[in-house]
Design a protein around this ligand. Structure first.
Ligand code: SAM
Length: 281
């Protein structure tokens, strides 16, 4: 790891390459290499894995991933100004870092990666949730990744790991927990970033389960959950009435009280309702 350790401090890299943070790209950089190494460690042993990193920026987390022993890292960065700084890291770790300039929403990372793959990223806030939803809804399960270790605004992180009974519980919790174990593994104050964002952040670690936690058709489950939470203050017999003429019977058959609101219903019961609706056409 000596070559990585001999790279110049990130503040110097940023000054030399003129990487003034751009809000439109969600740029809040992590410059403390102890912190980026800690984040990299949350992804577990990377020595036998390829890592996809979205939005490496000047490369603080990239350095952490390489220093922690990742077999290979694919870093996808939209901002062309960052590429020369990232290429300096690649030169210090021959054959271990591939830098691709482009939009992570438009790139198929599997053109570069070899399984097993883990995703680790301090995501740009503006595309973070969209990327997560795509990773959670691949055409086939298990997905191309075995785990996701991702920085989000704390409020988003809380929605991913939320349990029934609170305001944070909703579509994102159901989508994430249906096929993953999800937990918050680190909390970071705004001051950890340069420039500091307005809100606190948190790192979520999601591990893909080999199969869904409870059986259900993904599309039906997603329709049910969307209808239930789009009108979350209504009773389910009312918010779900367009899904089936006898929705009250279906809810009861799934073990749900028709007068319950979406917030009170567990993932297991939502899956049971999706199966009920599938069974009865
Ligand atoms: N990983 C760096 C760190 O921790 O210091 C930078 C994190 S910053 C929050 C997000 C990064 O994502 C920025 O470098 C930004 O340019 C990049 N980015 C924004 N939108 C992107 C996209 N659609 N595809 C790839 N990278 C993107």
């Amino acid at each position: 790891m000596a070559a990585i350790d001999s790279l110049p401090p990130l503040r110097e890299v940023i000054a030399r390459h003129g990487l003034r943070a751009r809000k439109a790209l969600g740029q809040n950089f992590l410059l403390d290499l102890n912190l980026t190494a800690r984040i990299a460690r949350q992804a577990g042993d990377l020595s036998q894995c390829d890592v996809l990193e979205v939005g490496p920026g000047p490369g603080g987390l990239t350095r952490g991933l390489l220093a922690e022993g990742a077999r290979r890292v694919l870093a996808v960065e939209k901002d062309p100004r960052c590429i020369p700084a990232l290429e300096e890291i690649a030169a210090a770790c021959p054959g271990r870092l591939t830098v691709v300039q482009g939009d992570a929403l438009e790139i198929d990372p599997m053109e570069w990666l070899r399984p097993p793959v883990r995703v680790v990223a301090n995501l740009p806030y503006n595309v973070g949730t969209e990327l997560l939803v795509r990773w959670l809804r691949p055409p086939r399960w298990p997905p191309f990744w075995e785990s996701l270790t991702l920085m989000f605004q704390r409020e988003v992180a809380e929605r991913i790991v939320a349990r029934p009974g609170g305001k944070a519980y909703g579509r994102l919790a159901i989508l994430a927990q249906w096929r993953c174990d999800a937990r918050i593994v680190m909390q970071l104050p705004p001051g950890a970033f340069t420039p500091p964002p307005k809100v606190a952040s948190a790192v979520v670690h999601l591990t893909a389960l080999p199969a869904p936690r409870f059986p259900a058709d993904g599309q039906i489950l997603s329709r049910v959950v969307a209808a239930a939470f789009n009108q979350r203050r209504k009773m389910l017999r009312s918010s779900l009435k367009t899904l089936a003429p006898d929705i009250e019977d279906r809810l009861r058959a799934a073990g749900i009280r028709p007068t319950d609101r979406a917030e009170a219903v567990s993932l297991e019961r939502f899956c049971a309702l999706a199966r009920e609706l599938e069974r009865n056409g």
